[in-house]
Design a protein around this ligand. Sequence first.
Ligand code: AMP
Length: 282
Amino acid sequence: MDLLADLIPLRQHCQAWRTQGLSIALVPTMGFLHAGHLSLMDYARTRADRLVVSVFVNPTQFGPNEDLDRYPRDLPRDLELAAAHGVDLVFAPEPQAMYFSDHATWVEVPELAKGLCGASRPVHFRGVCTVVTKLFGLVRPDVAVFGQKDWQQLAILKRMSRDLELGVEVVGRPIFREPDGLAMSSRNVNLTPEEREKAPAIRQGLLVVQAAVRAGERDAAKLALMFRAHLAEKLTSASVDYADFVHPESMSPVVRVEGPTLFAVAVFLGRVRLIDNILLEV
Ligand code: AMP
């Protein structure tokens, strides 16, 4: 497995593969890899001849009061895990290598970024779209694999790749969970032991809503209150950032759950913000 930190060698490496007729899959990450990331790599490995993983805590997708400085990092461990999962090349640049000091170009999909995480993190998706566009331009992958845990991100990147004719198939993969149901996240290590113990209440709250939909409840406002009441009881220290129902592709708000609907939530446990979601089918 190769490790590169500079852009030109990355471009040359990938260009050489393409010249040989080899297809390329890309899995972008912010590192501190867990089994969720590894599940994306295992899938991506089956989709192309060569697998590139980026490990980059992208500063432009963090707002001024967010956790850029607290974001966990462990590149040596990430490299071991990536090698064990058949990755051919890890790209781990420093921010100065990734962005010119006078970087001035931004990619945005504002229509899909209005609600959910886009509402509470105003520059987040602009940063994500821009860095992913740069990675697509450097690697020129045939396929790029993302997790459904960040469903809004996935919807935005699918639309971006389609609208801009980037020629990359953007694929989403299921949420990988801890045995107790908590969605795996690099940020879980920042939870206190007590928060970690109670955090599965988030997933349980999603299942409470799913059960209510299956029992016939259609009113999104009532369903959202059920989630909030569940958390207020089981996870008293939590504060709900949002608990919203949206169309799974357009991300537009859903008032009545009559067709496929995404229920997405973001919850603060202390300073740690966790997200999760569930696709409701009726
Ligand atoms: P991150 O390192 O958090 O930016 O995540 C990198 C990629 O892994 C994104 O496409 C995420 O959606 C995906 N991912 C993160 N956590 C999970 C999970 N628990 N299950 C599946 N995919 C995940």
